[in-house]
Design a protein around this ligand. Structure first.
Ligand code: HEC
Length: 248
């Protein structure tokens, strides 16, 4: 009886430990995926003037040029070097980052005709839209148990609406005691029948966002959307990541 109990106890402790270590690792992996989307968005923002220039035709902003800047930005942000060749890596973490990188490249390559159009200023090639299209491609390519999405409680695009899990994390971001900027993740027992890890990295309003999401509330922005009247520093969205829980 005593032996049985202590065995059960040992198993219990071991189980908890394995679970705890696993969760830290899953959090790290999810964060690295979210950060790569942050880099993809940032490089579009940095090149927004070039993209919107109506005077220049060929801008030289090809998919390859774009992702070389993304890789550099990401390295500065995380210290990690990523490459397209990681696509054939047996390390699933590296592979996921490569799939995301290549998805971003493909999106910008698909936009070449728009980007290089002379005489047109605003082309709707903006971080939010490039980010959404990149996330779609990545999600489709990675398959079951993976997804990536930009979401907000007050979404513009219905495709970005938060699900129950995402809504619950948005509430946690607003709780007192929550450490600003920190991602929140959790093991979810069943998502379409799969055990997964879900993670959200909050997004805050910066001065560059106000042109479209700031004041005057209710007026149209350059993209044709309705300005929300957000203020600098407010948490107004998140990057949502899902990865499969590794099978033993
Ligand atoms: C040029 C206008 C413009 C700028 C600048 C801009 N956004 Fe957006 N944002 C949009 C549009 C348009 C969408 C809807 C994109 C889509 O169709 O998925 C959007 C969507 C989003 C979403 C996804 C949820 C939703 O509303 O559908 C978030 C989060 C977001 N923006 C945050 C930001 C932040 C943070 C910044 C600044 C760093 C920013 N945006 C800058 C136009 C803009």
């Amino acid at each position: 009886m005593v032996v049985g109990l202590s065995l059960l106890f040992t198993l219990y402790i071991t189980g908890v430990c394995v679970f705890a270590v696993g969760e830290k690792e899953l959090e790290k992996q999810s964060n690295l995926i979210a950060m790569l989307l942050v880099s993809c968005r940032a490089i579009i923002a940095q090149n927004q003037h070039l993209i919107n220039d109506s005077e220049i035709g060929d801008k030289g902003f090809t998919g390859d040029v774009y992702i070389s800047k993304v890789m550099e930005h990401y390295k500065n942000l995380t210290g990690i070097e990523i490459s397209e060749s990681d696509l054939s890596s047996s390390d699933i973490e590296k592979k996921a980052l490569a799939v995301l990188l290549i998805s971003a490249k493909d999106v910008i390559n698909e936009y070449q005709r728009d980007i290089n159009k002379k005489g047109v200023g605003f082309k709707n090639v903006i971080p939010a839209i490039v980010g959404r299209r990149t996330s779609y491609k990545y999600t489709n390519r990675m398959g079951a148990g993976y997804y990536l999405k930009q979401t907000s409680m007050q979404y513009r695009n219905p495709a970005n609406h938060p699900d129950i899990f995402e809504t619950s994390v948005f509430k946690k971001f607003e709780e007192s005691g929550y450490q600003k900027g920190k991602g929140i993740g959790e093991v979810v027992a069943s998502f379409n029948g799969l055990r997964v890890y879900r993670y959200m990295l909050p997004v805050y309003i910066e001065p560059a966002c106000l042109e479209c999401h700031g004041d005057p509330k209710g007026k149209r922005d350059i993209s044709g959307g309705i300005k929300e009247g957000y203020k600098e520093g407010e948490m107004r969205g998140a990057i949502s990541v899902m990865i499969p829980y590794p099978s033993e």
